[in-house]
Write a protein that binds this ligand. Structure first.
Ligand code: 5AD
Ligand code: SF4
Length: 463
């Protein structure tokens, strides 16, 4: 049914300029992407496949022959947004009935029937592991526009890695590279294992080839992506080996990654991070809750104490480590006292950044069988309390950086002042400096002088 292409073979590089755009031939596609970096990366993979098949790209849905919406359903709000967008698509179909409308991503995977029943103008619904079929499905639909309504492809393929396809790079010094797809963790609140299927690691040689191709296009900073990168395994190589191999590529200045899991992260990884200059001292380690009973109910098999021990280890091995996390408030049955454990953990760890969410019930999850019994106003109050704490800590953490000497990677001219560069520190803090003969992608040693909001102004330091 589909072709599994392993490595060492030919990785297909995307056409730099989509042909149709340039010369007016071929149908034009518009892709609207919602959700996580994985969805962004998947959309870029789709762009390469479609570009290879002769499609071009439109910058507005109105100008496109094919409109694809890549959806997210991690929280109810994301799903509502995706479905709202679907409702808007009917106008696009009315103005041009031969325009093909396709729904991709996690909502497509989990809600295919509902979409086809409720939105009759949708031509196809395609889940994250079936994108290889898109060019053929689109071609069939274009040849027989009145064909079967709701062409549908949502099989969860256990081994799909899109391993031979380099996602289309949109310029800039940073790129995402997927190293592992799917998730086997089954956190009780999370729909991802149901929409993205089982965990599978990508062969290391193809990761390295892809990074090298991206480097040829000017990429210097690579973000390795996966729902749980720490469980990467390929022919006896673990995630630390993979990270190190990418960092050792001469054309790459920086490598980062997300997301880690407290049950799987290893001391070897933390040691590797600390020992290699090119590996950014940045760790995204979601805690979700600071209370052991709630962690157990979430099916997060670690304790608050173990998590805090990991943070201590990480800070020991990686100097100037920046830390971020994900936190959920109002998980079913969470009491005030249990929420306070999350609050105190955040005060103790002092994250640089925290992504805080109100629990929302997701279909197909174990937690959806529990009663979502924390009232909305309590969820809101807990969330606001965490956000206020985190804003204060983030401000303090930023102020601690002032006067430090660090290296920034130049990303481009500052949007506010073309005489300035904007760049980022290894911890991904935004910095501006005056332009002085450097190029995009250069590393410059600077001292952080002042802070304006979240952006630092810096000055070069002599080497
Ligand atoms: N409700 C609220 N937040 C959720 N997340 C995942 N599922 C849910 C849910 N049902 C959050 C987790 C995860 C992040 C990507 O989204 O914190 O780490
Ligand atoms: Fe969802 Fe948990 Fe997997 Fe993350 S680790 S994708 S939260 S199931």
């Amino acid at each position: 049914m589909h072709e599994f292409v392993t490595l060492n073979g030919n990785l297909r590089e995307p056409a730099r300029e989509p042909h149709a755009q340039a010369n007016g031939h071929g149908p034009l596609v518009f892709i609207q992407t919602y959700g996580c970096q994985m969805n962004v990366s998947d959309s870029q993979t789709i762009e390469t496949m479609l570009s290879d098949a002769g499609f071009g790209f439109a910058s507005r849905a109105d100008d496109a022959d094919v409109v694809l919406v890549n959806t997210c359903m991690i929280r109810e709000s994301a799903e509502v947004r995706a479905l709202g967008q679907l409702a808007n698509l009917s106008a696009l179909k009315k103005t041009n009935p031969s325009r093909v409308i396709g729904i991709l991503g996690c909502v497509a995977q989990a809600k295919r029937k509902e979409i086809l029943d409720s939105y009759p103008y949708v031509d196809m619904v395609i889940g994250p592991d079936s994108y290889r079929k898109l060019p053929i499905l689109l071609e069939e639909r274009r040849i027989t526009p009145q064909g079967t309504p709701g062409l549908l492809e949502t099989t969860l393929l256990r081994d799909e890695l899109y391993d031979d396809i380099v996602p289309r790079h949109h310029g800039g010094v940073t790129a995402f590279v997927t190293i592992i797809r799917g998730c086997d963790k089954f956190c009780s609140f999370c729909v991802v294992p149901r929409t993205r299927g089982r965990e599978r690691s990508r062969p290391l040689p193809s990761i390295l080839r892809e990074v090298e191709m991206l480097a040829d296009q000017g990429v210097r900073d690579v973000m390795l992506l996966g729902q749980n990168v720490d469980s990467y395994q390929w022919e006896g190589r673990d995630f630390a080996d993979c990270l190190l191999a990418v960092a050792e590529l001469p054309s790459i200045h920086r490598v980062r990654y997300m997301t880690s899991h407290p049950s799987d992260i290893t001391e070897k990884l933390l040691r590797t991070m600390g020992a290699h200059e090119k590996i950014c001292p940045y760790l995204h380690l979601p805690v979700q809750s600071g209370n052991n009973r709630i962690l157990e109910a979430m099916n997060r098999p670690y304790t608050r104490e173990h998590y805090l021990h990991l943070i201590e280890l990480a800070r020991k091995h990686v100097p100037n480590l920046a830390l971020s996390t994900d936190v959920i408030v109002g998980f079913p049955t969470e009491s005030d006292a249990e929420f306070e454990d999350t609050y105190s953990l955040m005060r103790e760890v002092r994250y640089d950044t925290a992504f805080t969410f109100k629990y929302s019930e997701r279909p197909l999850t174990k937690a959806s069988r529990m009663n979502d019994d924390v009232p909305e106003e309590i969820k809101v109050a807990r969330l606001e309390k965490l956000i206020e704490l985190q804003q204060q800590i983030a401000r303090e953490r930023n102020l601690e950086q002032l006067a430090r000497t660090t290296q920034i990677l130049i990303e481009g001219p500052s949007p506010k002042d073309a005489a300035m560069w904007t760049g980022r520190t290894p911890c991904f803090r935004p910095v501006v400096i005056s332009r002085n003969g450097e190029s995009v992608g250069d590393l410059v040693t600077v001292q952080l002088k002042t802070l304006n909001g979240f952006t630092f102004h810096a000055e070069r330091t002599p080497h």
